[in-house]
Design a protein around this ligand. Structure first.
Ligand code: PEP
Ligand code: MN
Length: 263
């Protein structure tokens, strides 16, 4: 169902007035974790200023350590909805288990299935039975074949509104948090009809190379980019090192649009 042989034309995801896939690019930005209403309001106004329409923010957080901030849960999702209702933004947030689907559905527009749950088959089946778009992240050690088969689960269970996102894979390289597999982009674009995005924040883990990596993603044919931004990264409750502050985000956006690659 995900293959180009099955369907040759590009899938375009439509949410509110926003489309993902097709002829225009999408930049998804927002904090790693939802922390407060004020935080989201600052991020939302930065997005509105640049004319962007999709805000991310994690409320159910898959943290490596049980002692790290685990996310605000439903309270965080409520904040997202309040800010989205005021700003007209489309929202995306991660769910980690099937039972979080019903909790999250009233508050957000797009479900994110995170890298750690790419092969949580019960979750894939469950989001497949919903009517909301799903952003499926590549697993830390998943092959492209495994990513496509994970997407196949969602389509097979009835939901064809699926986007794929390369977010870096585990290699021996330590200069970056993960290794951005840029070749994933043209391969997934060739093999599937689904929108393909690149998360430059989790794939690199470092702010200084986000712009060239985003340009590379667009040059390789990606439909969009995801980037983490935070009003005060130094005090962020997760992923502080890789998040851009609002000024850096503006420079990132200017660099991307000046490159002529973003359309
Ligand atoms: C995220 O996008 O919030 C996240 C946890 O990313 P990943 O699942 O790719 O690690
Ligand atoms: Mn993060």
């Amino acid at each position: 169902l995900v293959s180009r042989d099955h369907k040759s034309e590009d899938t375009i995801i439509k949410v509110k007035q926003t489309t993902i896939g097709g002829l225009s690019h999408t930049l998804i930005a927002g904090p790693c974790s939802v922390e407060s209403r004020e935080q989201l309001e600052t991020v939302a106004s930065a997005l509105k200023q640049t004319g962007l329409s999709v805000m991310r923010g994690g409320a159910f957080k898959p943290r490596t350590s049980p002692y790290s901030f685990q996310g605000l849960g439903e309270e965080g999702l409520k904040m997202m909805k309040d800010v989205a209702d005021e700003s007209g933004l489309v929202t995306i947030s991660e769910i980690m288990s099937p039972n979080q689907i019903d909790i999250a559905a009233p508050y957000i527009d797009i479900f994110q299935v995170g890298a750690r749950n790419m092969q949580n088959f019960d979750l894939l089946k469950a989001v497949g039975q919903t009517k909301k778009p799903v952003l499926l992240k590549r697993g830390l050690s998943a092959t492209l074949e495994e990513l496509m088969l994970a997407a196949e689960y969602i389509l097979h269970h009835g939901n064809d509104q699926v986007m794929l996102i390369e977010r870096g894979i585990r290699t021996f390289e330590t200069a970056t948090r993960n290794t951005l597999d840029i070749s994933a982009v043209p391969i997934l674009k060739q093999e599937t009809h689904l929108p393909v995005l690149v998360d430059v924040s989790h794939s690199t883990g470092r702010k200084d190379i986000l712009l060239p990596c985003a340009k590379a993603a667009l040059a390789a044919g990606a439909d969009g980019i995801m980037v983490e931004i935070h009003p005060d990264p130094a005090n962020a409750l997760s992923d502080g090192k890789q998040q851009l502050n609002m000024e850096e985000f503006q420079a990132f956006w200017d660099g991307l649009t000046d490159s002529g690659l973003y359309r």
